[in-house]
Structure formats: structure tokens, C-alpha cells
Design a binder for this molecule. Structure first.
Ligand SMILES: [Zn+2]
Length: 533
């Protein structure tokens, strides 16, 4: 038995065409495929990772403005409201640019705006409050056939800002409507924890960023009618393209050591360094936000400008513009979370309390709105995640979800003496802030990588098919190349069949040319039968 013929190797025969242009076309196509698959899809877009949604607990807290950002729970902490004469929507305003709608203003602190506490991912910050007094209008009796149209009837008010609503006097009482003074400068603090698979942590472990769309911020400075606000999220006019959106780092509050992102380290991220570290233990880990002694002092209300330590710190702050400066900045990272003022959130969402209106021409301050704040988590980075760098990062995205009216209504805590003959309820309009944890973490999937490798081979096949097409149908030597590529059989209707072995022979041959299958054409015997006449 001949093993060589039983186990012989079968391979394809290919044609080599001496033509630099065809080679140039083919190799440029292959280069494009390789660049696309490995450069764009794998390294830049991290397509070999399976994205899984991040879940987490969002926590939101609101405080009124305080001096030196002190903790409101501390008895020595003083609030830092602007004077009513500086607030353009208050009657007391003395500046040059008063709002069209001005009304009485009252200061409300963090506890009085949120009597029910704030352990939730939604909070409501009232901006306008109206107290409505109602009289019991009907008691069922024989004169009305024991049926009533309404239990209570509103006592009409006077000095109303919007038709029959937002009235300053009602039922003989003054100050029945007021704006919450300086609500723009309320501090909204966001903290979140995240979890996906084995990866978990809190926002405090990472530097904070937020998304700014300059066109949207500019729009918030102009008057916006209800229809413009509705188009906000749908039409492209105000929505930002990916090139336009900027991510800005939140500055760190003075005296707080904010976490910084770790730099890419090829040896460590690819796991090479770990092998060495198993031998030599190296201490260290991700740094979290830590308060310095100076910060603790200040948050307890011990503000002494003569203290040499603080003096030194404020000098440092002037040299580093990214450090927190309470007068100019509207957002910062503190030791407990990331803080934005309400007006900055509105601005980032393209909304404004006094310049945005609903369909009945109420200002947002009078009617209320909804802001959606998302902490968007991710762990993939272009170019370096393929080498193992998967540091978690997050940024804030603020959107307005416009609703014509956002309010809550409850019976007033102090009722008139003849209650329930007369009753009083409070209706508060304000901004609802909805805080969410969103985003996706990438986990390496071999299947996804294989799909891209298979795609690469398929595209290289397409490149050679395209080059073949050019070579045999377009090129000026296409005839030669065609003949090199294809071996064409003779016309079988013109051939004669050998009567002995039934092989079909060309009319040019007078003897049968058949030889056995799987044999060398030169070294083997032919059938040799003569062509029948
Ligand atoms: Zn024959």
C-alpha cells in the first residue's frame, strides 16, 4: 500500500500576476480592513467588550446657601442668602433689570422647604408658594335635597399674578403668595454608589465631570415659550451633537483632596506587574476624597480669617483657578458628594426660572418643572482598555423634562380658628430633581473578539474578490489575466467518446487520452484506444 497517495496533501493552486497596480489595490484594501477592525472597532471603540448596564443607589440632598459652605446641621453655621434687593423677581429689588413678574419673597431654609426629609432619588424644591383659604359652601340638608356640588369653595383673592391664582391677599389675609427667596442658589448635592458584577464603589472614589452643551446654556439665557421647550429634546436645534458636548471636570472644594483618575500603566494594566507584585508586596490603592484638618475646622464653623493656615490656603487658591471660590463657582466636588447650585443645573438643562414659560404663560418659577440628572458611569477608554485599563469614571448629564405644572398641595399646618368651616391649604410649585445612576461597564467577551476576527477574514476575502474583478474585467491586460485565472474546458458536444473507457477526447486526438484518476499525467499510461471511424 502506497501511504504517499493515501495520505497526500491537497491544496489550492493560485495565480501570481506580475502587476504592481493590482498588488497596490489589493494591499490597500487589506490595510483598510485591518485598520478598521483592529484600529477602529477594537482599539478605539472597544467592540470586543460586552456592555452591561450599571445599577446603583442615587442620593440627593438640598441645602440653602451657607457661609463658607458650612454644614447646615451645625448650630454655628450661618446661611448666606442674597439680599432681597439683589433678587430681580422680588418686590424689594433695587437693581436695573427687574423681571416682569415680581412678587413678595420669603426666605426658606433647607428644613422648611423639605418638611418630609429627602431620602429619595427625587426631591422637590419649591420656588413659589400660595396659601388658599376655602369656605365650606354646602351642608347636605333638606333645602338642597341632601346633595352638594362642592364641599369647599375658594375665597376669591386680590392682587393675583396669574388670573385667579398666585394672589397676594385672600380672605382678608396678606402675604398669601410668595416666592422662595434665593432658591437659585440652593445647593444640590449628588452622591451615588454603583455596582455591576464584581465592580462596585461610590462616586466619591472617582473624579467628577459634567457635560456642558454651550448652545443649550446660551439658550437658557433667552426667553423660551412652551413650544420651544417641548422641542428641546426632539429637534436637533437645541440638542447637542457628540462633537459639541464638552465634559468639564468639577473643581475640588478648598481643603478636600478629591480622587484623581489613575494613569495608564501598561505593565500594571496588562497584568505583567502583578506577577512581580506577588513576590514584593507594594502598598497602595485608589485614593478617595479626604478632608484635611483645615476643612474639618471650617465645616464646624470655626472661620478665623487671621489663622495663618487659612491665609496660606487662600493664597494657594488664587494661584490655582480650579480650586473652589464660593463667589464665582456654581459647582464643585465636596467630601460628601458633587454639588451644583440650582441655577447651574437649570442652565445646563437649557432652562431658566424666570425666562422659560409654560402654555399659560406662567414662568417656571411660578409653575415648576422637572430636571433629570444622570450620573453616567463607564469603564471603557479608547486605545487603552484593550490593554486592561478599565478605571471607572462618571459624569453628570442634566436634562429638563418639561411639564406644564409641577406642584404639591397639602393642608396648611396652621388652620383658621373656625376650621373645618374654613380651611387653608398650601400649594407649592417648584423644581423636581430626579437623580439616576445610568451607564454601562464593558466586560471582555472572547465571542465578540472572534466575531471581529471572522469579520476581518471575510472582508479580506471581499478585497481579493474586488481585485480579481478589476484584473479580469477592467484592467487593460484583462484578457491575459482572465486566461491565467480560468482554465476553460473544451466543448463536449464536439468531442468523441472512447468506446473502451467512455472518456471524452478532443477532436484533435486520434487516440484516447484517458489516464487513471489521482495519477501523474506524465508518468502514467494512456488508454490509447483508436478513435472509431
Ligand atoms: Zn479510452
Amino acid at each position: 500500500m502506497d501511504l504517499d497517495s493515501w495520505f497526500g496533501y491537497t491544496t489550492k493552486k493560485t495565480v501570481f500576476i506580475r502587476d504592481k497596480w493590482l498588488g497596490f489595490i489589493y494591499y490597500s484594501l487589506v490595510f483598510c480592513v485591518v485598520m478598521y477592525i483592529f484600529g477602529v472597532a477594537i482599539l478605539a471603540h472597544n467592540e470586543q467588550f460586552l456592555l452591561t448596564a450599571v445599577s446603583g443607589i442615587p442620593r440627593i440632598r438640598v441645602t440653602h446657601p451657607t457661609k463658607g459652605l458650612c454644614d447646615v446641621n451645625h448650630p454655628e453655621c450661618k446661611s448666606n442668602y442674597r439680599s432681597l434687593t439683589e433678587l430681580s423677581y422680588c418686590n424689594e429689588y433695587t437693581g436695573k433689570y427687574p423681571e416682569k413678574r415680581q412678587g413678595p419673597c420669603k426666605f426658606k431654609d433647607a428644613t422648611s422647604i423639605m418638611p418630609d426629609g429627602d431620602v429619595d432619588n427625587k426631591i422637590f424644591i419649591p420656588t413659589a408658594v400660595e396659601i388658599v383659604t376655602e369656605r365650606q359652601s354646602c351642608k347636605p340638608g333638606p333645602e338642597n335635597g341632601y346633595s352638594c356640588e362642592n364641599e369647599y369653595e375658594e375665597i376669591p383673592g386680590t392682587g393675583c399674578l396669574n388670573g385667579r391664582s398666585n394672589c397676594q391677599t385672600r380672605g382678608g389675609l396678606k402675604d398669601q403668595f410668595y416666592f422662595v427667596a434665593d432658591s437659585r442658589n440652593f445647593h444640590v448635592q449628588f452622591t451615588s454608589s454603583y455596582e455591576q458584577g464584581e465592580v462596585h464603589g461610590t462616586s466619591l472614589d472617582h473624579p467628577a465631570y459634567y457635560e456642558v452643551c454651550p448652545t443649550r446654556v446660551n439658550k437658557s439665557k433667552g426667553v423660551r415659550a412652551w413650544n420651544d421647550r417641548l422641542h428641546h429634546s426632539e429637534d436637533s436645534e437645541e440638542s447637542c451633537g457628540p462633537d459639541e458636548v464638552k465634559r468639564v471636570k468639577l473643581p475640588c472644594e478648598l481643603g478636600v483632596a478629591c480622587a484623581d483618575s489613575r494613569d495608564f500603566d501598561l505593565m500594571r494594566d496588562s497584568g505583567v506587574k502583578k506577577k512581580f507584585d506577588e513576590v514584593v508586596q507594594v502598598p497602595g490603592g485608589p485614593s478617595s476624597r479626604k478632608k484635611t484638618a483645615q476643612f474639618l475646622d471650617r465645616s464646624l464653623g470655626h472661620l478665623s480669617p487671621s489663622s495663618p493656615d487659612i491665609h496660606h490656603q487662600s493664597e494657594t487658591a488664587s494661584h490655582h483657578p480650579s480650586m473652589y471660590n464660593p463667589d464665582s463657582q456654581q459647582q464643585w466636588s465636596s467630601a460628601y458628594g458633587d454639588v451644583f447650585t440650582l441655577s447651574r443645573l437649570m442652565e445646563l438643562a437649557g432652562a431658566d426660572l424666570d425666562k422659560s414659560f409654560n402654555m399659560e404663560n406662567w414662568t417656571t418659577r411660578e409653575s415648576g418643572t422637572v430636571l433629570e440628572v444622570s450620573a453616567v458611569y463607564s469603564n471603557l477608554h479608547a486605545w487603552i482598555s484593550s490593554f486592561g485599563y478599565k478605571d471607572v469614571n462618571y459624569y453628570y448629564r442634566v436634562k429638563e423634562l418639561p411639564l406644564p405644572y409641577v406642584s404639591r398641595k397639602h393642608l396648611a399646618e396652621v388652620q383658621p380658628p373656625d376650621f373645618p368651616e374654613t380651611r387653608r391649604y398650601e400649594i407649592q410649585h417648584g423644581t423636581m430633581i430626579w437623580f439616576r445612576v445610568v451607564g454601562e461597564f464593558g466586560n471582555f467577551k472572547t465571542t465578540y473578539l472572534l466575531i471581529y476576527l471572522v469579520t476581518a477574514f471575510a472582508l479580506i476575502g471581499a478585497a481579493s474578490a474586488a481585485t480579481d474583478f478589476i484584473a479580469i474585467y477592467i484592467h487593460k491586460r484583462k484578457n491575459n489575466y482572465f486566461n491565467l485565472k480560468y482554465q476553460i474546458s473544451g466543448d463536449f458536444s464536439e468531442k468523441w467518446q472512447c468506446p473502451k473507457c467512455s472518456y471524452w477526447n478532443s477532436p484533435l486526438h486520434s487516440k484516447c487520452e484517458q489516464y487513471a484518476m489521482w495519477e501523474d499525467s506524465e508518468g502514467t499510461a494512456r488508454c490509447g484506444e483508436h478513435r472509431p471511424t
